[in-house]
Design a protein around this ligand. Structure first.
Ligand code: PGA
Length: 253
């Protein structure tokens, strides 16, 4: 298993000037050989600038979304093909904000995952249940459905899975580490059963109200190999403190 991956999901934040200030500071903090893998997913408007600033650095560039079609009449969309052309390495697929606010279906998320692989990107596939689904005892059923749909054709390239319970995102109330561990264990078992050794290589992140103060509780869990961080990733110091929590008690490569 490779290093943990701690990824910043900036969502709809930051101008070009703020992007530049942030990335220059983060590059200073991170140095040449960080003990953990880092990725930053800015808005589309800042991707080209970020690609230039991060080029040759140990910080990977990620995108928050991508359209599965290579090109065509899709006003307002940006394709996986275009992202790959910019030097993007990771692409978030199926974030709950896109599933719930923009009505993205499991089938559409599956198309994105496939297209990401076709263009040489690594999808960060987000899965997770709503509070109602958890309270109804259906958390695993929902996550399993999301996995089965997105990975129905097989594991056709490198993959990261972010377990993000919907009710923990942006609320300041993270999942209980025990529940995050339990879900990650089930996801791992599901992957291993279907994809054998390849499934064991998939990194599983936790996401949802991760902060410097609680990062160790999640990043120290045996089944969790990273985090997808929203609000607390908007400040480079805070993001770096979270990233460092991934190194506690874990071999660095
Ligand atoms: P949050 O967001 O850290 O602000 O809860 C996480 C995410 O949406 O990926």
């Amino acid at each position: 298993m490779s290093k943990a991956l701690v990824a910043a999901n900036w969502k709809m934040h930051k101008t070009l000037r703020e992007t530049e200030e942030y990335l220059r500071r983060l590059l200073e903090l991170v140095g040449d050989e960080p003990p953990v893998e880092l990725a930053v997913c800015p808005s589309f408007t800042a991707l080209a600038l970020a690609a230039r600033l991060l080029s040759g650095s140990p910080i990977a560039l990620g995108a928050q979304n991508g359209h599965p079609k290579k090109e065509g009449a899709f006003t307002g969309e940006v394709s996986m093909y275009q992202l790959a052309d910019l030097g993007v390495r990771y692409v978030i697929c199926g974030h709950s904000e896109r599933r719930h606010l923009f009505g993205e279906s499991d089938a559409f998320v599956a198309e994105k995952v496939r297209a990401a692989w076709i263009h040489g990107l690594t999808p960060i596939l987000c899965v997770g249940e709503t509070l109602e689904e958890r309270q109804g005892g259906r958390a695993w059923e929902v996550v399993e459905r999301q996995l089965s749909s997105a990975l129905g054709d097989g594991l056709l390239g490198p993959l990261v899975i972010a377990y993000e319970p919907v009710w923990a995102i942006g609320t300041g109330v993270p999942a209980h580490p025990h529940d995050a561990q339990d879900m990650a264990r089930r996801i791992r078992a599901w992957l291993s059963e279907r994809f054998g050794g390849k499934g064991a290589e998939v990194r599983i992140q936790y996401g949802g109200s991760v902060k410097p103060e609680n990062a160790r509780e999640f990043l120290g869990l045996p089944e969790i190999q990273g985090a997808l961080v929203g609000g607390a990733s908007l400040d480079p110091e805070s993001f770096w403190r979270i990233a460092l929590a991934a190194t506690c008690g874990r071999p660095s490569s």
